[in-house]
Design a binder for this molecule. Structure first.
Ligand code: RIB
Ligand code: CA
Length: 359
């Protein structure tokens, strides 16, 4: 049983989006987490919509108490690009949620990240599941930040797999490649890694790219299992995630998931040839809570900023041709079955709790 003293203080930096919302639900459903705050960055949709979605999803989870802060509304130097075709115009697919009632934090996202790290040195885990713009601003404001965080886990990059944005690039890094390079350099500097290891902390950030997150394919059967865990109708949930003509599930969390994921699965069916969804962000969140879910390798990684075809590519030196020290721990394998089992159990359990509250 987790107690307040043993829970992991967590800040999630997100561009809520459909899979971001699954990560937020997973965090809210995880007893070992002290969900300190969610910080919002422009990416899948504009930052203000991200903040709206983030507060609405936390309210769905019964966590309107969690501080939500708005961050950068544009990348560091490039114009913002969003992806309504992937996550829907508002970023939560076909789902509808009541407007958020909880106010936005008065703090800027970057200031919140710095302040929470300073308040409890070595205690706070930061998980980034969107572009790295907020974190880049935070580390520029507080160069000590890499020594103050307990751990940085980031969903981003593609280290030896095809890209999902350009042929060799992944979305979070491509939206703001300058931010990614600042973060990879600041958090992976040899003196920082050595100081962190001397303090008993993980030396390098854990970078979970498409190489591992695209091993986690959420399928309609997972929604059926989650509905069953929630005490809802498994067949109805599977029908709804396949078609809007099916009745909406009774459970509010199950209904949200089926409507949000139906959009995401339709997207993957058109673009990736399967009716399901790569759920990048909840996998990254789960790995931050339990690093045993993934196997990683220390690598020297840099970010292409000037390529005509490859800007935003995370260039990984697998054969150590640069002779540079490793700056990231890059995920290479994941226990997808264990992740889905945990996701269904935890978020299904949250859904059951929320049904009890809303009935
Ligand atoms: O490339 C996948 C990442 O980009 C995920 O975080 C998804 O939410 C999008 O932001
Ligand atoms: Ca995201």
């Amino acid at each position: 049983m987790s107690t307040a003293a043993t829970r992991v203080p967590l800040v999630v930096d997100c561009d809520t989006g459909i899979d971001d919302s699954l990560a937020l639900l997973y965090a809210a459903a995880s007893p070992e987490v002290e969900l300190v705050a969610a910080t919002c960055v422009a990416g899948n949709v504009d930052a203000r919509q991200v903040a709206e979605n983030t507060r609405a999803v936390l309210a769905l989870a019964g966590r309107e108490d969690v501080e939500v802060a708005l961050g950068r509304e544009v990348p560091l130097v490039r114009p913002l690009r969003t992806t309504p075709e992937t996550h829907g115009l508002r970023g939560i697919g076909w789902a509808e949620l009541p407007p958020a009632r909880a106010p936005l934090s008065a703090r800027h996202a970057a200031d919140l990240i710095v302040a929470e790290a300073r308040r409890r040195p070595g205690a706070v885990t930061l998980v980034t599941i969107g572009p790295l713009t907020n974190l880049a601003v935070a580390v520029l404001r507080e160069p000590e930040l890499p020594r103050l965080l307990r751990r940085l886990v980031l969903m981003g990059g593609s280290y030896r797999s095809a890209g999902n944005t350009a042929p060799t690039t992944e979305w979070n890094v491509t939206v703001d490649p300058e931010a990614a390079r600042i973060v990879f350099t600041a958090f992976g500097a040899p003196e920082v890694v050595a100081a962190r290891e001397a303090a008993g902390l993980a030396g390098r950030p854990l970078a979970l790219g498409l190489d591992v997150t695209e091993r986690a394919k959420m399928l309609p059967r997972h929604l059926a299992a989650l509905a069953g865990r929630a005490g809802d109708d498994p067949a109805a949930a599977e029908a709804r995630v396949r078609s809007a003509a099916a009745p909406a599930p009774a459970n509010p969390v199950v209904r949200y998931l089926t409507d949000a994921l139906r959009f995401y699965m339709e997207f993957h069916s058109r673009n990736d040839g399967f009716y399901g969804a790569f759920v990048h962000d909840p996998l990254a969140l789960a790995a931050a809570l339990d690093p045993a879910l993934v196997r990683s390798e220390p690598l020297a990684v840099d970010v292409e900023l000037g390529g005509t075809l490859t800007t935003g590519e995370t260039v990984a030196d697998w054969r150590r041709t640069w002779q540079r020290p490793a700056n990231l721990d890059v995920g290479v394998e994941v226990d997808g079955a264990a992740f889905f089992e945990r996701f269904v159990e935890r978020v299904g359990g949250l859904a059951a709790d929320r049904a009890a509250v809303s009935s």
